[in-house]
Design a protein around this ligand. Structure first.
Ligand code: PXG
Length: 305
């Protein structure tokens, strides 16, 4: 399994008795169990966050927690913890697990209820904070770049459950990921119902054309990625113009450079889309510069423990 590429070595939490924060208590992996009547399992009723630890810095933790509370608000799912208490619980879970580098999976489920979709039978949401590790794209792709395809599976429509919610139902994205695998690539571009590019399966999408950086707007159904926000800020600080605009495959196929952003992916250069080379078919210069700047930021911005 690949581990975080920067900072000191990641310890294997399985070896160290992983401690999972479970509704305010620490429990071992074996004891961290939810009911089969939890609506998170029965209906995908709940939401989550994926957060990274870089050298004992929880990257942009507050922004992740804000997004979690927006997801919960949208789902009308309330927990007893305030946002600050959730931040504190996450820091506590990191300190307890003592990992210099790693990955935090924070999830909130609707809780145990009856066998019927009504969320009103669920009185006790489950809040779970797992501090572990994440498998990234193999390291060599950060220098050689990634080939992707366009998935036939469309991104969920903003007219249905908002795809801006990080809900426990990722089936659309999972189907697109399977399409990528079937095409022998690691990632897939997802379009909306009108054929406009939205994002990839767990990453936001960017392209560069004539020195301008473009990314699809969030109202189109792209997740407001924490990495996306950071990269937009870094680009603006470097004097690069950034436009949030609807993009078609025409813009993608004729781009000078392209890349993905995400908590797991960081800034990943794209070198082809649907077997068409992007630019000269090599990771772009501005992409690599943003990748470098993003890595610098990951150890600075956030909550230390
Ligand atoms: N779009 C979607 C649909 C996502 O799920 C992103 C964009 C990037 O957002 P951030 O905030 O990470 O820059 C995501 C993030 C996983 C995993 O388990 C998924 C995400 C993050 C971390 C881990 O595969 N999704």
């Amino acid at each position: 399994m690949q581990t975080a590429s920067s900072g000191s070595a990641v310890k294997d939490p399985q070896e160290n008795e992983m401690q999972i924060w479970f509704n305010g208590e620490f429990v071992t992996r074996e004891n961290a169990k939810v009911s089969v009547f939890d609506h998170g399992l029965l209906y995908g009723d709940g939401c989550f966050e994926g957060i990274r630890i870089y050298n004992r810095n929880i990257f942009r933790l507050k922004e992740h927690i804000e997004r979690l509370y927006d997801s919960m608000k949208y789902l009308m799912l309330t927990v007893k913890l305030s946002q600050q208490e959730m931040v504190d619980a996450t820091i506590e879970a990191c300190a307890k697990n003592n990992l210099d580098n790693g990955y935090i999976r924070l999830l909130v489920t609707r809780g145990e209820g009856t066998l019927g979709i009504s969320p009103f039978t669920c009185n006790d949401p489950n809040v779970i904070i797992i501090v572990s590790d994440i498998s990234l794209y193999p390291k060599e792709y950060y220098t050689k770049g990634l080939d992707i395809i366009t998935a036939a599976t469309r991104r969920n429509s903003p007219a249905a459950v908002s795809p801006r919610v990080k809900s426990l139902n990722y089936l659309n994205n999972i189907l697109a990921k399977i399409e990528a695998k079937n095409a022998n690539v690691l990632e897939a571009l997802m379009l909306d119902n009108n054929g406009y590019i939205v994002e990839c399966t767990a990453d936001n999408f960017f392209l560069l054309k004539n020195g301008v950086l473009y990314t699809p707007p969030t109202y189109q159904g792209a997740l407001r990625g924490v990495t996306r926000d950071a990269v937009i800020e870094l680009a603006k600080e470097s004097g690069i113009e950034v436009r949030e605009e609807r993009l078609t495959l025409y813009e993608a196929y004729t781009a000078d450079e392209s890349f993905l952003t995400g908590t797991a992916a960081e800034v990943m250069p794209l070198i082809s889309i649907d077997a068409r080379p992007i630019g000269n078919g090599k990771p772009g210069e501005i992409t690599m510069e943003l990748n470098r700047k993003f890595r610098e930021l990951t150890v600075k911005d956030g909550e230390k423990f």
